[in-house]
Design a protein around this ligand. Structure first.
Ligand code: CDP
Length: 222
């Protein structure tokens, strides 16, 4: 029997960094569900859909075929057959993803794909609704968070390292707005599952946070 690990939390908490470390150590597959919502957002941006028009989003999302493939352990997101990994990390896509992910049809489509993957393989999956909705029976559930200031600084450093100029205060405002949207939406809002373990990584390195999750997995396997 495989094992499934669910990691939820707000933007910039370090979910993907930690999930990748855990996947490597445990030899599990890392499923980045945010990347799927981002690929859908890219599709909707390309279609010039009005982000306020829920009906249009519902109609257009039917035309997006999103699948994922693994190459050397790396998740490749395919949008209608095109590898979009290099196109989905912009601020524009982040903001559209947080708007379009509130739509029921978008979620239904992507959640099905995520559940199919977890049924086939041992996965460490990160997102907003993994422990509450996608994998309610996950073996280990973690809610990973950090203060908004720390999260904004991490995102800022990440962008600067990539050579993208940005303002720290703008990033903090965007992160707070995205969290507000993710936490207050009607379907699958971001919240800590009752049986999830809370990890606040404000004063922890990624390595320390990953080790804390691995310890929970080992305890579970006993
Ligand atoms: O990496 P970051 O935390 O900035 O974002 P992400 O995990 O790539 O997710 C981008 C957006 O997709 C989030 O702001 C959510 O609105 C949405 N999302 C979601 O609704 N449910 C998930 N399971 C994962 C992401």
């Amino acid at each position: 029997m495989g094992m499934n690990i669910a990691i939820d939390g707000p933007a910039g908490a370090g979910k993907s960094t930690i999930a990748k470390m855990i996947a490597k150590k445990m030899e599990f597959i890392y499923v980045d569900t945010g990347a799927m919502y981002r690929a859908m957002a890219l599709f909707l941006l390309r279609c010039r859909v009005d982000p306020q028009n829920a009906e249009q989003i519902g109609e257009m999302c039917e035309q997006a075929d999103i699948t994922i493939r693994y190459e050397n352990g790396e998740q490749i997101v395919l949008l209608n057959g095109e590898n979009v990994n290099g196109l989905i990390r912009t601020q524009e896509v982040s903001n559209m993803a947080s708007v379009s992910s509130a739509h029921p049809k978008v979620r239904a489509k992507l959640v099905r794909l995520q559940q199919e993957l977890a049924a086939r393989e041992s996965v460490v999956m990160d997102g907003r609704d993994i422990g509450t909705c996608v994998l309610p029976d996950a073996d280990v559930k973690v809610y990973l968070t950090a203060s908004a200031a720390v999260r904004a600084k991490r995102r800022y450093d990440e962008l600067m390292a990539k050579g993208v100029g940005c303002s720290l205060s703008e990033i903090e405002a965007e992160i707070e707005e995205r969290d507000r949207r993710d936490m207050t939406r009607e379907i699958s809002p971001l919240r800590q599952a009752e049986d999830a373990v809370l990890i606040d990584s404000s004063d922890m390195s990624a390595q320390e946070a990953a080790e804390a999750v691995i310890a929970l997995c080992n305890a579970q396997a006993l």
